[in-house]
Design a protein around this ligand. Sequence first.
Ligand code: ZN
Ligand code: ZN
Length: 584
Amino acid sequence: MEPGLSSSPHSPLYTSLLVAGPRIRPLTQIHARIVISTLHRNRSLLTKLLTLIISAGYPLYANRLLPSVPNPDAFLFDSIIRASSRSTLPLHSLHFYLLMLSSSLRPSNYTFTSLLKTCADLSASDLGRILHSHVLAAGFGLDRFVQTSLVVLYSKAGNLIIARKVFNRMPDKSVVVWNALISGYEQNGRAGEAIELFYLMRKKGIEPDDATLAILLSACSQVGDLALGKWLHEHYIQGKNLRLGLVLGSSLLNMYARCGQVAKAREIFDGLEEQNAVSWTAMIAGYGMHGFAEQAMELFERMQLYGPPPNLVTFVAVLSACAHGGMVQQGREAFDSMKFDYNFIPRAEHHVCMVDLYGRAGLLDEAMKFIRDQITGEPEAAVWTALLGACKMHKNFNRAAEIATKLLALEPENPSHHVLLSNIHALAGKMEKVEEIRDFMISRGWRKKTGYSLIEINNVPYMFRMGDTSNLKTVEIYRYLEELICRIREVGYEPMTDSVLHELEEEEREVALRFHSEKLAVAFGLLSTGAGSLIKVVKNLRICGDCHLAIKFISGVTGREIVVRDKHRFHHFRYGLCSCQDYW
Ligand code: ZN
Ligand code: ZN
């Protein structure tokens, strides 16, 4: 027991501290009473006082008080470091840690868990790495609590290789630590690894909790893994009768919406016990993303009448639904309502949606006017990109070249801008300019991303790349695809030969039989499933114009429903049409 500790818990001053809690006014009064009492050098009383002062958010006050404590011990430093790390000014925990070291006191595993929490909260991974070396030097490298804090820190900071290394070395892993790593993968766009880790977790006999399920569902939305998402829903949420609270409910409906099951998402939404702006927004965005702009607007109207007040993200979902659905007037009204009825100051995302709305509809002058009148200061690069996309779509090459030059001045090192400019030149037939840009890009070492498409048949995923021949049914797939192309040519399909060259994010032009991955995946899907079943393909890049056209025709001649989820949105092909109404 600490010297002096035994007497203080019984002192009335200690009781007053407990009553006061982390509130600065009563604490200063008690401090004054301590100073004039016989207990003014009582270490445990002062430790409690300091801890509460820090929790109240006054670390500098605590810092001034610290020298009056006789022989401060490791317990005192641990307490104030922990209080700092949980306070609104967590960085001070590091200051107290340095004081602790300069007093030649040894940090404990508790000291490190508090300090690592500070680093995780501040996403200060460099600082975390320095502390990690202190952890090892102090001999706490195998301490379970410290290891957990390290995994949390590195996962949050996106440093997943080190997070995984620490994780692998842990002999027994709490769920906290599984969650931290799974969520680290998910947050950093590595949903596949998050899902793999979940399988490993199950193998070890650890069951996911609500938080893990929410993370996993959002991982499923990222990769379009409907089968797993559905299984999680049926096996855990329904099977264990879990309550669909706000977080889990929104993740579930978002998963169904993003995996192409809009009706199911709506069913979940309608059945939610609690609905907040996040769940309403997820449902509106779900409709918008699938091209159901009218349903999105209907729901938005209902939200304004009976739901929670919309937030800035809701308006992004609404405006983007209008843009993709070609609903110019509704979009304009929503934008005005956001400004004048809800008093929101539009952000870059809203500006981009509006420019997109006008641009897609071919109202390029309106788009320019919007940029001039509504955006104060220099418009964000994304605004120009949206306008440029529209100029390209409507073949206004002069204006496009003008904007691309502006964009390049704003962000000279962004490869996609060079690609866009190159495409515009290609479309305008200025091939020497195209070559110039291509050489420049090669000199920078900027390469194309390779495209691939995924399709799941009987819960087995199959991957296709352009001109892929790795599938066991390759011969059959190609033969069938050629036959399909012949059939759709008879009803009016013409391959789009003016497909854009040198697109960093798009695949090369099709040459002879080097079919794009999405065509191969669709053909394989049609071959492998019976009439009436939905074909669902996920593509990592944007679908190209020619594949889009071909799949529209294919859906018509085969009478099958095909969903392609590309990098930006869903395309529901049915009866020869696509839900995006050719806006994408
Ligand atoms: Zn294609
Ligand atoms: Zn489409």
